[in-house]
Ligand binder design. Structure first.
Ligand code: PBG
Length: 329
């Protein structure tokens, strides 16, 4: 590998000016790599800042065109909808998830109608925004029920597909749900809907601000460790991905992002499938607050996003998407 040595070899020569650094750059970030999450709330003409996520807002449905227009002009390919559900619409089985007029369904319908295929639409498949206990599945005697939950997730998937969702993203971590959802999508002729499996989702401490944003934080009883992964493990991540690919996932996600670059790299090397990274809410808020308080400068955002590209990610779900897209080439 090494073909010379100092002083005839000087790696700094290739770094001496911006033009040569640009020529030898190994990874680039463009807006094609970004996915923007959008939080939804009830009402009209609402744009409410999320306290734990400075600069990030919940929008009422009528405000969507403004933000979608901006996202399209920033050339971002995909947006993901997340609902803030009113407590009175929640129950212990998450019935609101199957309401064709819930926030996500309305947003999918209206955005698909208005923008056709100018931009892709993604939605989570999971019950946590809709359950009073804040868990992703049904509970019985303190146990999260796997197969019973899948039955509801199948219905949720079909409804969201019918509303115009392009990319369904099961984020619930139940065993076997990708295969079951794929089967029923096929049976119902939704053969073109992509499945982005949150295949490797860790029981992480970085989700706090998101749970705030969707209103599941105060609701959440206990933790999610019986279904989300132990953050000490990587072999298990490989097994999760292998299963989801076999069951019919088109894309796989690793979540959270920056603490798990090794996981992204291993999966990419092993499976050669598009791997998406989720730079989660806690990562966003830490970086954002660091910038706000002059602890780091704003170029740290691009640095954090390039790290995903270096690790092998094809795309990154990030709350910085619109903010950063304008600055990219
Ligand atoms: C829930 C879900 C979570 C996130 C996306 N979908 C949180 C959780 O599992 O509790 C977190 C995203 C973020 O923190 O930005 N199915």
């Amino acid at each position: 590998m090494i073909t010379g040595k100092y002083p005839s070899l000087r790696l700094r020569r290739n770094r001496k000016f911006s033009w040569t650094r640009r020529l030898i750059r190994e990874n680039d970030l463009s807006s094609n790599d970004l996915i923007l999450p959008i939080f939804l709330t009830d009402g009209k003409n609402k744009k409410i800042e999320i306290k734990s996520m400075p600069g990030i807002f919940k929008y009422s449905i009528d405000m969507l065109p403004k933000i979608v227009d901006k996202t399209i002009s920033n050339k971002i390919p995909l947006i993901a909808f997340f609902p803030y559900t009113l407590i009175r619409k929640k129950n212990n089985i998450g019935t609101e998830a199957l309401n064709e007029n819930n926030l996500v369904c309305k947003a999918l319908r209206l955005t698909k109608k208005r923008y056709k295929n100018e931009i892709g639409l993604m939605a989570d498949v999971a019950l946590d925004p809709y359950t009073t206990h804040g868990h992703d599945g049904l509970i019985k005697k303190n146990k999260i029920l796997n197969d019973e939950t899948i039955r509801i997730l199948i219905e949720q998937s079909l409804i969201q597909a019918q509303m115009g969702c392009d990319v369904l993203a099961p984020s619930d971590m139940m065993d076997g749900r990708i295969g079951e959802i794929r089967k029923s999508l096929d049976k119902n002729k939704y053969i073109d809907v992509q499945l982005l499996s949150y295949a490797v989702k860790y029981a992480s401490n970085f989700y706090g601000p998101f749970r705030d944003a969707v209103g599941s934080k105060s609701a959440l009883k206990g933790d999610k460790k019986t279904y989300q992964m132990d953050y000490s493990n990587i072999d298990e991540a490989i097994r999760e991905v292998a299963l989801d690919i076999k069951e019919g996932a088109d894309l796989v996600m690793v979540k959270p992002g920056m603490p798990y670059l090794d996981v992204i790299q291993s999966i990419k090397n092993k499976f050669k499938i598009p791997v998406f990274a989720y730079q989660v809410s806690g990562e966003y808020s830490l970086i954002k607050n660091g910038i706000k308080n002059n602890i780091i400068n704003k170029n740290a955002v691009v640095e954090s996003l390039i790290s995903f590209k270096r690790a092998g990610a094809s795309a990154i779900v990030t709350y910085f998407a619109n903010e950063v897209a304008g600055e990219l080439d």
